[in-house]
Design a protein around this ligand. Structure first.
Ligand code: CA
Length: 228
């Protein structure tokens, strides 16, 4: 599998947290050549000030905070894939880092090819790419091209409507709360009224034209209902 396939339609953002500028520069250069949107910081403080990345390559030996503590804090605020990169090869460190939410562990020195292979493996687990359209009753949802069809007839949705439908279709039958839909289709930090979802769901129902497809679970949210 190539990087582009693993990376889905969006570029994967990789943050290198490494205080050795020589190592940081060569990692960032290699990552950019492989098509990643890579940047680096030299301190834990700087890492915590940045918006969340998709993947963090984390050096455990940082000047201002233990890397394992940074791993814990990154995990608390978002859900990046974390690969710990360190000179410390002891099993205790490795176990501690994995316990604190690291997805994988690389011991220096390592080759760029090995790093890239680990990165692709981590991304396959954390950002699975599904090229097969999702089928549910008369509905077909292609998450790669963002096209939706009902009984083979294409239905043109707005980006929000598509995101709401894709969110419901990840687990048909399960109720998805308005808050969850907002986080998925708007952004993770929506503090406004959740009623905005209802207007988009109403439009979505009209466009799809399949009675019973999107059910309201009163006081809870929405779900995809049983349809023939
Ligand atoms: Ca270091």
């Amino acid at each position: 599998m190539t990087t582009a396939e693993t990376a889905s339609t969006d570029t994967v953002r990789v943050l290198v947290v490494e205080d050795d500028p020589t190592i940081a520069d060569s990692l960032v250069r290699g990552l950019r050549q492989a098509g990643y949107d890579a940047g680096c910081v030299g301190t834990a403080r700087a890492a915590l000030l940045l918006p969340p990345s998709d993947v963090v390559l984390l050096d455990l030996g940082l000047p201002d905070m233990d890397g394992i503590e940074l791993c814990r804090r990154l995990r608390q605020r978002s859900d990046p894939a974390i690969i710990v990169v360190t000179a410390r090869g002891e099993e205790a460190d490795r176990v501690l880092a994995l316990d604190e939410g690291a997805d994988d562990y690389l011991v220096k020195p390592f080759g760029l090819a090995e790093l890239m292979a680990r990165l692709r493996a981590v991304l396959r687990r954390t950002h699975p790419v599904d090229h097969e359209p999702v089928r549910y009753g008369p509905l077909t949802i292609d998450t790669r091209t963002r096209k939706v069809a009902v009984e083979g007839r294409e239905v043109f949705l707005t980006p929000k409507e598509f995101d709401i439908l894709a969110c419901l279709a990840t687990d048909p039958g399960r109720v998805v709360t308005r808050q969850k839909i907002l986080e998925s289709a708007w952004d993770a930090h929506w503090y406004g009224p959740t009623k905005v979802v209802d207007a988009h769901v109403a439009a979505l129902r009209r466009k799809l034209g399949v009675p019973g497809l999107i059910e309201t679970a009163y006081g809870r949210g929405f779900r995809l209902g049983e349809v023939a």
